[in-house]
Design a protein around this ligand. Sequence first.
Ligand code: ANZ
Ligand code: ZN
Length: 838
Amino acid sequence: TDRYDPQSVEVKWQRIWEEQGTFHSETDAALPKYYVLEMFPYPSGRIHIGHARVYSIGDAVARLKRMQGFNVLHPMGWDAFGLPAENAAIKHGVHPAKWTMENIDTMRTQLQRMGYSLDWRREVTTCLPEYYRWEQLFFLKFLEQGLAYRHKAAQNWCESCNTVLANEQVENGLCWRCDTKVEQKELTQWFLRITKYAEELLQDLNGLEGGWPERVVSMQRNWIGKSIGAEIEFALEEPAEDATQSIRVFTTRQDTVCGATFMSLAAEHPLVEELIAGSSREAEVRAFCDKVRNMDKMVRGAEDLEKEGVFTGRYCLNPFTGRKMPIWVANFVLMGYGTGAVMAVPAHDQRDFEFARKYDLEVLPVIIPEGRTMDGATMTEARPEPGLLVDSGPFTGMDNEAAKVAVADHLEAHGLGRRAINYRLRDWNISRQRYWGAPIPVMYCESCGVVPEKEENLPVILPLDLQVRPDGRSPLPDAQDFVQTTCHLCGGPARRETDTMDTFVESSWYFLRYTAPWEDGKPFRAEDLAYWCPVDQYIGGVGHAILHLLYARFWVKALRDLGYVAMDEPFKALLAQGMVLKDGAKMSKSKGNVVSPDEMTQRYGADAVRLFLLFAAPAERDLDWSDSGIEGAQRFTHRLWRLVTDLAPDLTAVAPCSASAQDAQAAKVPEAVTLRRKEHATVVKVAGDIADRFQFNTAISAVMELVNTMYQVKDVLRTTDAGKKMLSSAVASTLVVLSPVTPHLCEEMWQLVGHADLLSHQSWPAHDPQALIQDEVTIVVQVDGKVRSKMTVAADASGEQVQREALASENIQKHISGREVAKMVFVPGKLLNIVTRK
Ligand code: ANZ
Ligand code: ZN
């Protein structure tokens, strides 16, 4: 037979699938649906091996689900706005639009060459006005609802990228893209009020447990960062009549309030200026505040920060003890959290303790372990643990958890404060001072102020006739044709907003648009959305565990409240696939260890690449690319090809799992039963391993074993008609269950054995549970050489299993009659002799 030629075979089937629209799907309420989605790629140039892995995983799931009777939505698109396009434009002098669209063409061809079962009619490209016009519409709706707002604040600024970054885009104080140190810059920016959904985003994580990886759920929980506690007012000592009267703090430990011995303010706290104005300490405090303000955010928030501060010269009063508390400015107190003021309890908070020791401030323990005493003067570290209250007036003697409740009640009853909840989550800054993004659809009018564009004027089109600047500054503010416009309220001149939206906006809702990307009168069609959503299985890198997934969850909730969608959560289940490594290291151009999927496909075929990527490791683990591995995968495709081409003349085009138990009997050789059992067991195992656990590796192993079994039994079986039927059925099953992994090879062989219809249209075989039952044998059981009983056990039962069963029977126990068992003799398939000690 001919050697298998993946190149021609694969391209042939890709063309047929494309011509026949094999993977097109339509809304059909009569069918159960399954929406499988991989995170869409950024069109950076060419697909890399990581792409090939994630799309191979998703495709195997899509193909399995289709065969299992689901109407499967499996779309693809391009996350096409963003910085790399601008950087490439600067470097190579090519327009970002041209660069992006050309990359998309290249990468589409590459993905198609991999044979993924995608519905390409649904392709979505986010840099096109037909896409981004809808997010401009959402922005206007958000604005109406107060979910979008403008705000001036110190922002994360990357000098090298020339843009503001969201908190999520700052990693260890560095820009997530270019690793430049992030600075703080005062700017007026557009924000989305994600904090309005903080509690819901947190609560709904409970429902995602099980479907989402635990670590992703816990990363999201920590990012939202809910703290339950209280706000307490501390009156200033001798405040001026028309000035601020008190300082409000946020604490999670209101039980420790009687141990608060001083007050710490953030350098940015608005009260600082008021407290020091005209005092002798003015210059010193101001200099300290300036220094702290310019500190790196990350350094300032770090636990091991050297605690520093300065005394303001003023005091406030502890509302519970009346104690005079000096007010300090401290470098570790942040303005962006709580109220920017902390009641310092050095006996129970480590930062406060270090600060108190450094500046010789009082340490007063108020929570002590039962039956012990504590001395603030000799403590060497803070004691944050629970305990009983001392020196705490009416709360003395209480357990500290009970005291948290009692103090909160007291605060509320006496108007000293209130229960409060704080979230670490901040609103989402979506303004980017960049060119290659979706314009924010507002204008600024001298007389009317901020004027949202009219809905009917959307889209506000990003002009494509501009050139990026060598320094990366956006050309938009100088593009007069774009900027100059007319206020639609007063008819006067107005300037358009020249910031563009963060690219995470596009990826926050693309999965919704896939349900009806051809719709041009509205963003979605309700019936399509209701049918397909939510996504049943989402697949992507854990790198997006916070950013993209949190934004998308927020976006869906916000759209729900606007009446656009009817769901609460976009992604029912999430698989975070591992990385592809080479020799244990991340692939990178600088290391010269990059494996190109293109080259591999040229050399081994797409099926072999897919097989290797799915076989080499469980989906959520990292995978080491190895040449021997891909060669092994290729060898297996050839081995299967040889088997089927050798058998082909003897095979008939039967359905998978169609040889019956009677057929197996008729073949009159034990190999027939063995093969049938293996065939059915493989069908069960593959579906379970893929659908329930993404264990492609063990699923593929099972198919390999089935192929081995076929090699072992084929010469015996092919001599009879009944035997040929057994082989035909097993080959059909093999092709079906392996087709999610190596679809072209399987489709080709399916045709080769005489099927007229496409393998891609086959149903997943229904297995016969009876077929899984092992053969049984009868074992004679003796006690001290005398036959006492007979037992029926599985043919491959071990001696130990048979012994355990024999000893459990009453009859045998009777004959042993309490004597100790000295030894046992086991003859597999025949006899067990239990010898007792006399
Ligand atoms: C008194 C106290 C006593 C505190 C004690 C802790 C232990 P989480 O859990 O992160 O919410 N805090 C409040 N606002 C702050 C700010 N802007 N910058 C720095 N620290 C701030 O932490 C809440 C605790 O962090 C609060 O409870 C407050 O210190 C401090 F034994 O108040 B605590
Ligand atoms: Zn106006």
